[in-house]
Design a protein around this ligand. Structure first.
Ligand code: GLG
Length: 823
């Protein structure tokens, strides 16, 4: 062993020659291809393997440091990690872009093409999955020893295409070409039990006899931060059967049923559920959640015990973050492991569990706070149900002792009223020492609404940690023209410390700088023009305002409001084509959950309106509408740098935070938005003059929900709104099927839950102000520069420092410390 570690192995890249040598070596000895006969995929595999080698020494050093210094570790449990492509970011983080480019050119391969051929790992739906990916980047950048734990879905989020204006879904198969970043760890497997019953022994000890046991197998991806000094691990679990084939059955000729257990086990990590706001496929979903949570907890306990004897010290060395309610079962599973496997009492186990776990809530929508029926829960996880009942008893005692009048039924984890079920949000809350919202407003609303009673029982447990985004991917890597300009002007400190970007603020007053800032934006827009042309065949002008709404399709995000404004504008242009119009391209991107009919109908509406508007010669370049299919991380990386206007127009009180809002502002887009989620804080930071705020506040919305809101009256009182809805409802955009959009108009007229009609007039007003503002090029640029300069606080590094300090009690090493250990 010692002799082996003493051998010096060096694969370090110093220059293009090293890169060439390594790539050829990988092509031959890892991919098994002769360079002459290698296709793009082989080059891509060889490059990834060569770059991955660069991480390994730092990776091992990071792990050694954590052991040697007995550092506290962070475990981030998330059903979703929307990491996208890794190659470009890793190359940039390691500072290897120049030699890699040069080497590939000399080898006759195209760098950009190779980057594009990497599959976009879509192991998430949207915000919370992408946040988890940004947090991994930041934890590595800050040198916090951390593991991301999730599921290695074979099929990530579905691939969206648009057929005849409708969304069509196909499976996403990112693993088909191989995932060259990962290391399979066949030796790291855990038993995952399901079902069966709990039998109490004569001396009162409950023993779980599961009906089936499957395996969780580990796959590791190294995650480098800025400069690659510290490398953490993303460990994803794949479902495997305990026994691949039932040989008896096979020998009897029952080939299919001989594989049944294998198929069942593998199904657990087969597919990502295509929505994070509804619970679906209940049984499988619950199994998925338990599967990865249990494997992760067993793994981290094993790691802890490999260098510590006293399990009661666990919270001193381990912090576990539950990313949303999905891994809430961790509360009961950690208790089970501590009690059943490690012999602790329930009381001690509960203390340890609570001191180790914390929970991030990402949405107030009650349908997203999972709730399992007792029947289902008890049949899949009978031992956990017992444990949860025990926790609930303790919790009820606290509630009963509290000197407040509380409806005890409402605070219980096990709901005994209608239908009976386990409230997973409550479980996560009660089993955590800290519960955080993802923006200031969201944390406040948590206290006022879904967690009102729990907050009064456990005051000061709730806090807000406003989200952030990594400046590496979301500016430095995706927006080279702007990043180059910033580096030239204020240096490169901002890449590792985004608040340093504030230094660019004074340049907003400098005409020459503004000119260059505009030129960078223009370059990005031209690139997007080409992409739009090639992907959807629509020609748009880079001089028009690029007005962007990119996010999941959901009624609360109100893409509908945006397209209704487009219809109003379309009619206005047709009425008076000669007026002084500000040319606009409205760009939409987003997937609708396959079962969410209304969201899918809105996609169709956008495309039908686009068809009419884009082909109307009277309109020309004054207005164009583009729906870019299959919105994902890579598409976002190309749209965001090109955006002029960022649409953040959710019904106030419904978007917990948003992170697209931060990325767009950072890349020099102005926001048009409601006072919702992190928009409120963006507004505070960029200044009221540099953002376009409109519409109802969260408080207005809450009041309307109580007093009632009459959308009919609002529609009747607004000529424009009435015309728009009449046109949509009567088939002006769908002559082949005039009633197609009736359901949308009916919804707005009789049950406008998302207050689209209420905000319509204010939204149109603000859009016209945006039009006028855009025409004043100098002032517009000045304001966009101030946006870029003032949103440095929305860095994921800042958010992670907040978690480290307020929740995990983990130290963030200084840059020198990271450098020392990272060789
Ligand atoms: C959520 C919310 C977003 C939030 C994101 C990350 O809807 O507002 O920005 O998580 O916290 N379910 C989500 O995607």
């Amino acid at each position: 062993m010692n002799a082996a570690t003493a051998v010096t192995l060096s694969r370090r890249i110093e220059d293009a020659e090293d890169v060439k040598r390594l790539i050829i070596e990988k092509l031959k000895y890892a991919v098994g291809k002769d360079p002459e006969h290698s296709v793009r995929q082989d080059w891509s595999a060889a490059l990834i393997l060569a770059v991955r080698d660069q991480l390994v020494d730092h990776w091992m050093a990071s792990t050694r440091r954590a052991y040697d210094q007995d550092q506290k570790r962070v475990y981030y449990l998330s059903m979703e990690f929307l990491i996208g492509r890794l190659l470009k970011d890793t190359i940039i983080n390691l500072g290897l872009e120049a030699p890699v480019r040069e080497a590939l050119t000399e080898l006759g391969a195209d760098y950009d093409e190779i980057l594009r051929s990497e599959p976009d790992a879509a192991l998430g739906n949207g915000g919370l999955g992408r946040l988890a990916a940004c947090f991994l980047d930041s934890m590595s950048t800050l040198g916090i020893p951390a593991h991301g734990y999730g599921i290695r879905y074979e099929n990530g989020l579905f691939r969206q295409s648009i057929r005849d204006g409708w969304q069509a879904e196909e499976p996403e198969d990112w693993l088909v070409t191989g995932h060259n970043w990962e290391f399979e760890r066949p030796e790291v497997v855990y038993n995952i039990p399901f079902g069966g019953e709990v039998i109490t022994t004569p001396d009162g000890k409950p023993i779980w006899h599961p009906a089936e046991v499957m395996l969780a197998a580990a796959y590791d991806t190294p995650i480098a931060g800025w400069r690659g000094r510290h490398v953490n691990t993303l460990r994803l679990w794949a479902g495997k059967p305990a026994k691949r084939v039932d040989l008896d059955r096979f020998n009897r000729g029952e080939y299919l049923s001989a594989m049944e257990a294998a198929v069942r086990a593998e199904t657990v990590s087969r597919i990502l559920y295509p929505d994070d706001t509804t619970e679906e496929g209940k049984n499988l979903r619950l199994r998925q959640e338990f599967f990865f949570t249990s494997a992760s907890l067993q793994d981290l306990l094993r790691r802890y015990l490999s260098s510590h004897d006293d399990i009661t010290k666990l919270p001193e060395k381990v912090a576990i973050q539950l990313n949303d309610t999905h891994p809430a079962i961790a509360v009961a599973e950690l208790m089970r492991l501590l009690v059943d496997t490690h012999g602790l009492s329930m009381e001690v186990a509960f203390q340890l569990t609570r001191n180790t776990l914390s929970y991030t809530n990402h949405t107030l929508m009650p349908e997203a706070l999972e709730r399992w029926s007792l029947q289902l829960f008890g049949s899949v996880l009978p031992r956990h149900l017992d444990i949860i009942r025990w926790i609930d008893e303790q919790h009820l005692r606290t509630a009963a002792a509290a000197k407040r009048t509380l409806d005890l039924e409402r605070v219980r984890i096990v709901d005994h009223t209608n239908g009976q079920g386990v409230r997973m949000g409550h479980l996560a809350f009660v089993g955590s020492h800290r519960v955080n919202g993802v923006s200031a407003l969201h944390a406040d609303l948590m206290k006022q609404t879904v967690f009102h009673d729990l907050d009064s029982l456990y005051p000061s447990r709730i806090l807000g940690v406003t989200n952030g985004v990594t400046p590496r991917r979301w500016l430095h890597s995706c927006n080279k023209p702007l990043s180059d300009l910033l580096i030239e002007t204020i240096g490169e400190d901002w890449i590792g410390d985004l608040e340093a970007i504030e230094a660019v603020a004074p340049y907003a007053e400098d005409a020459a700088f503004r000119e260059r800032f505009r030129a960078a934006k223009h370059e990005n827009k031209c690139r997007l023009v080409t992409e739009i042309q090639s992907r959807v065949g629509i020609h748009v002008s880079p001089d028009a305002m690029f007005d962007v709404q990119i996010k999941r399709m959901h009624e609360y995000k109100r893409q509908l409001l945006n397209i209704m404004e487009a219809v109003a504008q379309y009619f206005a242009i047709r009425n008076d084509p000669a007026a002084d119009w500000t040319p606009r391209v409205k760009i939409f991107g987003g997937k609708a959950a396959p079962g969410y009919e209304m969201a899918k109908l809105i996609i169709k509406l956008i495309n039908d309106v686009a068809r009419a508007v884009n082909s109307d010669p009277v309109v020309g370049d004054r207005l164009k509408i583009v729906f870019l299919p299959n919105y994902n991380v890579s598409t976002a990386e190309r749209i965001i740098p090109a955006a002029d206007l960022s649409e953040q127009i959710s019904t106030a009180g419904m978007e917990a935070s948003g992170t697209g809002n931060m990325k767009l502002a950072l890349n020099g887009a102005l926001t048009i938005g409601t006072l919702d989620g992190a928009n409120v804080e963006i507004c505070d930071r960029v200044g009221r003059d540099n953002i376009h705020i409109f519409g109802l506040t969260a408080e207005d919305v809450a009041n309307y929900r109580v007093s009632g809101y009459d959308s009919r009256a609002v529609i009747d009182g607004n000529e424009t709104l009435k015309t728009v809805l009449d046109a949509i409802g009567s088939g002006v955009f769908s002559p082949e099927d005039p009633n197609r959009f009736r359901a949308i108009v009916d919804r707005l007229s009789y049950d406008d839950y998302f207050f689209v009609t209420a905000d319509f007039a204010a939204y149109l007003d603000e859009q016209r102000k945006v039009d006028r503002a855009f025409m004043d090029k100098e002032d517009w640029t000045r304001r966009t520069i101030l946006n870029t300069a003032r949103v440095g606080w929305f860095s994921a590094d800042r958010a992670i420092r907040d978690y480290a300090r307020e929740i995990w009690n983990v130290e963030t090493p200084s840059a020198e410390e990271i450098n020392q250990g990272g060789q």
